[in-house]
Design a protein around this ligand. Structure first.
Ligand SMILES: [Zn+2]
Length: 300
């Protein structure tokens, strides 16, 4: 991509982190984790068959071995590139075999390593069409201003995802539903995972955060009628009755990922990731929370 050397990019990145650390506050918190990415490391976990967790303690990433190329869901936060590469190796795969990265939505903490992976390993990058448009027209909504590295930035996608798309990645067929709300281009994805004998349905919902539904945020981006809140609720309703046996989180707190990993270590015989009730339970909780926010006088 750029003419910036890796060393120069790294030096610039670390210099920004050091300044943020000195400045204190939220920026310092981010800088602290960016300077010590190992603190967020999670040993990769085989959730079931060909589905692996390769994300960290704050942002999820999932790897699917399609039998004909590796597929990655999300490319995690800024500063976490080495850890993501490490997790993929530790899971027993070669990062160079990743053919596609599908992004849940266009925020920086989910797209952080996309450009690096494409440059390094030649994989194709995908994202919901509205968020590809956001990259072009309003990159600040991707929080790209929080990045300090030319490698941790927005990209021109190799493919975009539209509502109702059914696409094949290697031997895995994925059905996509657009679920705007957290961003306009959030995706939901449904597909089968298998260990060769059993098959389960995996479901991914690409963005639950209420941060982009707050009054100040919506007024700031020009949504004076708070339409995005209604869109958020409609999106959940669109997919809440999908059959999902394995709920893939967007952030580990969505599906108590870290608690489940601990549980698996204590009780290796029981798979904590298979729970056909969790999808509907969590989506209901998020929908109710969004409705409560809509009815909050302080938010109107
Ligand atoms: Zn987000």
């Amino acid at each position: 991509m750029s003419m910036v050397s890796a060393k120069a990019a790294y030096d610039a990145y670390m210099s920004v982190q050091r300044k943020a650390l000195e400045a204190g506050g939220l920026a310092a918190h981010r800088a602290e984790s960016a300077m010590h990415p190992g603190k967020k490391y999670v040993h990769p976990v085989q959730m079931f068959g060909n589905l692996w967790y390769v994300g960290d303690k704050s942002v999820c990433a999932h790897l699917i071995d399609t039998g004909n190329g590796l597929l990655l869901f999300d490319s995690v936060d800024v500063g976490q590139g080495a850890m993501l590469v490490n997790a993929i190796w530790e899971a027993g795969f070669n990062p160079a075999d990743i053919k596609w990265i599908i992004h849940s939505h266009g925020h920086l903490d989910h797209i952080g390593q996309a450009v690096f992976f494409k440059d390094m390993f030649g994989c194709q990058l995908g994202i919901g069409a509205p968020d590809a448009k956001m990259f072009k027209e309003r990159p600040e909504l991707a929080f790209i201003q929080d990045s300090a590295s030319p490698y941790e930035t927005i990209f021109e996608p190799d493919f975009v995802i539209e509502d109702g798309d059914v696409k094949k990645f290697g031997n895995t067929e994925i059905r996509f539903v657009m679920v705007p709300g957290h961003t306009e281009g959030c995706i939901a994805a449904f597909f089968d995972v298998t260990d060769g004998e059993k098959t389960y349905r995996a479901g991914y919902y690409g963005g639950f955060g209420y941060n982009t539904l707050q009054k100040d945020y919506l007024l700031d981006i020009g949504d004076t009628g708070f339409e995005m809140r209604k869109i958020y609720v409609d999106s959940i309703n669109k997919v809440i009755d999908e059959k999902v046996d394995i709920f893939m989180g967007n952030h580990p707190n969505n599906n108590n990922m870290l608690g489940k990993i601990e549980k698996l270590e204590k009780e290796p015989g029981v798979n904590p990731f298979i729970d056909p009730t969790e999808w509907k339970r969590y989506l209901t909780e998020r929908r109710d929370g969004a409705i409560a926010l809509m009815n909050d006088p302080a938010q109107n």
